[in-house]
Design a protein around this ligand. Structure first.
Ligand SMILES: Nc1nc2c(c(=O)[nH]1)N[C@H]1C(S)=C(S)[C@@H](COP(=O)(O)O)O[C@H]1N2
Ligand SMILES: [Mo]
Length: 327
């Protein structure tokens, strides 16, 4: 198909772009202070329709590992999202602040790729992704995902429990948090030339969250290696939190006793906090979170507390006083 027609499931632009609408003034000024020489690189990349995403980059050497055996414990209350939608309607600001980044993301080199485990660990290490994949217990899980913008999907991730990675890292007793960092490469990721954003993308979890059985490192999607636009070669999947917590294309896991400040928290902390647990009753300052729009459906669905995963994770937060758990 050569023409780009608006489909029923697509959100109006005003719904689809809230994450980048409001920029923290302090941060903007900091970016401006970085100097006008960066200005030449701020042009936005073009937009692409879903069909352009068929363009492929290099073949993925981990293809032979998939499909993985599905873990039957994690079930869905809704149909699996059509693969084409989940792989062509994405948030990945490194490749543009709009949803049609799939084609642009094919430029991301995913081999060689190493993952560094550092900070408060017994021994810092840097592991090649294919070595890591051999050492981790790979499985498939069906998970829901809820973006703070109120669209959602349900997909079969392939990958491994984050706990296995934490065990490999051997954190020291004093470590309380894990800061995760996305690659930085302005040559392939034009969004990273947008100097007003605090690149590289960083996210964080407590060690308790990271070792909860639901916290998953996704390396596959729909029975294949995960596509670049979805965060190849490895991204986080924490389905009880808003989607921005699920950081893509990770290069570093740093164990620390300091709570990390994540990308969106730096941009606009009043709208995107550290915890960011899904709660239909706690509205975003600019829109309700009571319902969501599953990709591919024309009907809104009610949003559930912890995105339906309360039985797994609610206990993590029950004694926390004075924390903004849901924003
Ligand atoms: N590095 C990085 N990770 C990211 C993002 C991003 O812009 N950059 N967007 C986040 C947001 S807002 C969402 S909703 C999910 C979207 O994941 P998907 O495109 O695979 O659906 O990725 C998250 N991870
Ligand atoms: Mo999101």
């Amino acid at each position: 198909m050569l023409t780009r027609t608006k489909r029923g499931w697509e959100l109006p632009e005003r719904m689809a772009t809230p994450e980048h609408l409001v920029l923290n003034r302090r941060h903007l000024l900091k970016g401006l202070a970085a100097g006008p020489m960066l200005l030449g690189g701020t042009a936005l990349i073009g937009t692409y329709g879903p069909d352009d995403a068929l363009a492929q980059g290099d073949p993925d050497p981990s293809a032979g590992l998939y499909p993985l055996q599905r873990n039957p414990k994690y079930t869905l209350d809704r149909p699996i999202t059509e693969e084409r939608l989940a792989t062509t309607y994405n948030n990945f600001y490194e490749f543009g602040s709009h949803k049609q980044i799939a084609k642009a993301a094919q430029k991301l080199p995913i081999r060689p790729w190493t993952v560094t485990l550092d900070g408060m660990v017994e021994k810092e290490q840097t592991i090649d992704i294919d070595t890591l994949l051999k050492r981790m217990p790979l499985e498939e899980r069906l998970y829901r995902m809820r973006c703070v913008e109120a669209w959602s999907m349900a997909v079969p991730w392939g990958g491994f429990p984050m706990k296995a990675l934490v065990d490999l890292a051997q954190p020291k007793a004093g470590a309380k948090y894990i800061a995760m960092t996305t690659f930085q490469n302005r040559d392939v990721a034009p969004g990273q030339k947008q100097f007003w954003y605090p690149w590289p993308y960083v996210e964080g979890l407590t060690i308790e969250e990271a070792t909860n059985e639901l916290a998953f490192i996704a390396t596959g999607l729909y029975g294949k290696p995960i596509p670049r636009q979805n965060g190849a070669p490895l991204r986080l999947a924490v389905p009880w939190k808003y989607g921005f917590k699920s950081i893509k294309s990770i290069v570093r896991f740093t164990f620390t006793d300091q709570r990390p400040k994540s990308f969106w928290e730096v941009v606009q902390g009043s709208e995107y906090g550290f915890w960011a647990n899904v709660n239909p009753e706690v509205a975003h300052p600019r829109w309700s979170q009571a319902s969501e729009k599953p990709l591919g459906s024309d009907k809104r669905a009610p949003t559930l507390l912890y995105n339906g995963y309360a039985e797994f994770v609610a206990h993590l937060y029950k004694d926390m006083k004075g924390e903004r758990l849901f924003l």
